[in-house]
Design a protein around this ligand. Structure first.
Ligand SMILES: [Zn+2]
Length: 450
């Protein structure tokens, strides 16, 4: 095992949580800690949450004697949260100080709400503080490019975490006007950016073309969305900066896992969350190393515990030990959402993650929208955003990039797919969630896999 990669600070963090501060913990000790916390979470949820009392009614009251037995418990879905969030809450309303409303793509139109207590938020700050120490230390300057207007929002909690670390944080918010964000980065001399992948990419592209500034960030943490390898590569090329990936979602208490300096998957927040990978169709647990849906259980959440929550993200555990020597479990970069696959039939399918890899590798590209219209001949329409006054790649160049995807090439050759590419120049960014829009009627065997 090489020792030149600094071990993730999360190892010492979890050791501290388990009362073995300063010392190293073994995998067995973590498993034992998680088993105790899982049993606590289940029994607390059953006694305090009307939803879980009913949801777990079929399960025995003896609790788990092994971690794997959690697989016998029913999964909790986004639809459950949409319909029963308040019945999942295990504290009184007065102990809830943050409610996050998430838009859902379901047809009910009802939003999904996640409730947090001050204790829950403190745990998130604590995780952020430890995680950020991977990238920055006292005296460094960080620019926060995440939503943070409200107390308890991700940007606000991150700001508090950075202050505790002795880092000088500047809150900026989501990037809408790219030149303004780049200017701010240079003004405050930010060593570190924390932001959404496409937004940080747009800043880097703008900086490269017009910036003329000698200031470049030393590192960046990308979060909140799928992180294309093409974006990480471009940021390294343009700024020569070290790019770290964070994996998380609101339901996880915002933070879920973070890369170490080896950059080979995210070390998971195992003090607060228990992760599983299950078959997305059968929901059966999968052996470590196989791709499946990420499922997690909160271990320390007070406000609204989630037990075996289905994330919809497809990934896998990395089985070999990390170069940094950590014993924490690692998750590979999430490669797709289980509901985000577009299929033309004949095994011709692709995801937005596939489009990301080929399109963000093109010069000038800062974003794109994709729309699939099913018909006798399916149409794929791409609107590619490039920098204002930028020189977009020409159509044939963009088309040949898209044909690197076998599904697109094969479907086009078979006369079943027509690809249309349009370019728009823009210096402002839309905050809309990125996905492939699907219209038209799918034929049998053709459509979006759900
Ligand atoms: Zn590591």
């Amino acid at each position: 095992m090489t020792t030149d990669v600094r071990i993730t600070p999360l190892d010492a963090w979890i050791a501290g949580k388990m009362g073995t501060a300063g010392g190293r913990v073994t995998r067995e000790q973590i498993n034992c800690y998680q088993l105790i916390r899982l049993n606590e979470t289940i029994s607390r949820a059953r006694s305090l949450s009307p939803f879980y009392r009913k949801h777990l009614a079929g399960m025995g009251l003896n609790g788990l004697t092994r971690l794997e037995q959690i697989a016998e418990y029913p999964l909790t879905t986004a639809a459950d949260v949409t319909a029963h969030a308040l019945q999942m809450v295990c504290v009184s309303q007065s102990q809830i100080n943050r409610v996050v409303t998430l838009n859902t793509s379901g047809t009910s139109g009802n939003p999904k709400r996640i409730y947090f207590s001050p204790f829950d938020q403190e745990l998130t700050i604590d995780f952020f503080q430890c995680g950020m120490s991977t990238l920055v230390g006292p005296g460094d300057k960080a620019l926060i490019l995440l939503p943070g207007e409200r107390p308890g929002s991700v940007g606000d909690l991150l700001l508090q975490a950075l202050l505790r670390l002795g880092v000088l944080p500047t809150y900026y918010g989501l990037v809408e006007n790219v030149p303004k964000a780049v200017l701010r980065m240079c003004q405050v001399k930010a060593n570190c950016l924390v932001g959404v992948p496409v937004q940080v990419l747009a800043m880097a592209r703008y900086w490269e073309k017009w910036g003329g500034s000698e200031w470049a960030p030393r590192c960046a943490l990308l979060s909140t969305d799928h992180i294309p390898a093409a974006i990480t590569r471009e940021l390294k090329r343009i700024w020569n900066c070290e790019v770290y990936e964070h994996y998380g979602m609101t339901e996880m208490g915002l933070g879920g896992g973070l890369e170490c300096a080896a950059h080979e998957g995210c070390h998971m927040r195992e003090a607060d969350l228990y992760f599983e990978i299950v078959d997305p169709v059968s929901a059966q647990p999968l052996p470590d190393g196989e791709y499946g849906e990420v499922v997690f259980t909160t271990l320390t959440r007070q406000g609204m515990p989630l037990i075996r929550y289905r994330t919809g993200d497809i990934s896998r555990f990395i089985v070999n030990q990390c170069q940094c020597g950590s014993i924490l479990r690692r998750l590979e970069r999430v490669r797709s959402r289980k509901d985000g696959t577009v299929c033309f039939g004949e095994g011709w399918e692709f995801t937005i993650a596939d489009l990301d890899e080929v399109l963000f590798a093109l010069p000038e590209v800062t974003n794109f929208t994709a729309e699939v219209n099913y018909g006798e001949i399916t149409k794929l329409k791409l609107v590619i955003v490039v920098l204002a006054d930028g020189q977009p790649p020409d159509q044939p160049f963009a088309l040949s990039a898209l044909r690197q995807l076998p599904a697109i090439q094969a479907a086009e050759q078979a006369g079943k797919l027509m690809v249309e590419v349009e370019f728009v120049r823009n210096l402002t960014l839309s905050p809309a969630k990125r996905s492939i829009r699907v219209t038209g009627l799918a034929r049998e065997g053709v459509g979006s896999a759900v």
